[in-house]
Design a protein around this ligand. Sequence first.
Ligand code: ADE
Length: 249
Amino acid sequence: MRIDILTLFPTMFFSALQESILKRAQQQGLLTLVIHPIRDYALDRHQLTDDIPYGGGEGMILKPEPIFRAVRSILGTTPAPVILLTPQGRPLQHTVVEELAQHPRLLLICGHYEGVDERVRQHVVTDEISIGDYVLTGGELAAMVVVDAVARFIPGVLGAAEGAYNDSFAAGLLEGPQYTRPPVFAGWEVPDILRAGNHALIARWKRTMALQRTLERRPDLLEKAALTSEDEDMLKQFHRTLGEPNVME
Ligand code: ADE
């Protein structure tokens, strides 16, 4: 997969995308990231990328010409989603990440200052994404979040092939608790069931914990989750015991 990123601040990306799993993915040729400074596509002598807003108002607006030139030059006639990172976009969720990961190419545009000329939105951008209901100083951190989340779905990027599909949200549930050695730390024990090695019981325990955690923290997710009748029974049992001592521990 190839992701091009159009930004006023290219150096912000250098260390964040060159570590750990993303570094390995690029070394293995599974992911290609190309950072393009918007300034390189500015037409005028002063390489202006922003200007004052028509009609007055605060701040500066990103000019359309450098962005149009950049997108044309980067994509040519290759069809690919052109995504503007903006708090006005559709919320980034697990399903959106999976959908984006199906494309061989993406082009991300990092908005900045007070905004982007509306003609960019209307005539070159095909999708707008927000990473949450808060305003960042620019789209760069949001673009990094998109790259990181999408990369996990490229086959081969995660160690265990199925990793991304088993994580929190994949089945519409939060993941339950996880443990590693030592078996007893400061007097706190790893649950016996995880140490006993009965895989069927462990799977059932993990499912129970995932359901319980989702019910406690994100009950809204349960409405859309794919639940079996056994899950439904389990949830009914939790509901009955809610407010009483936790029967699962
Ligand atoms: N740019 C500024 N705030 C943002 C947000 N919440 N999501 C995506 N891009 C942004």
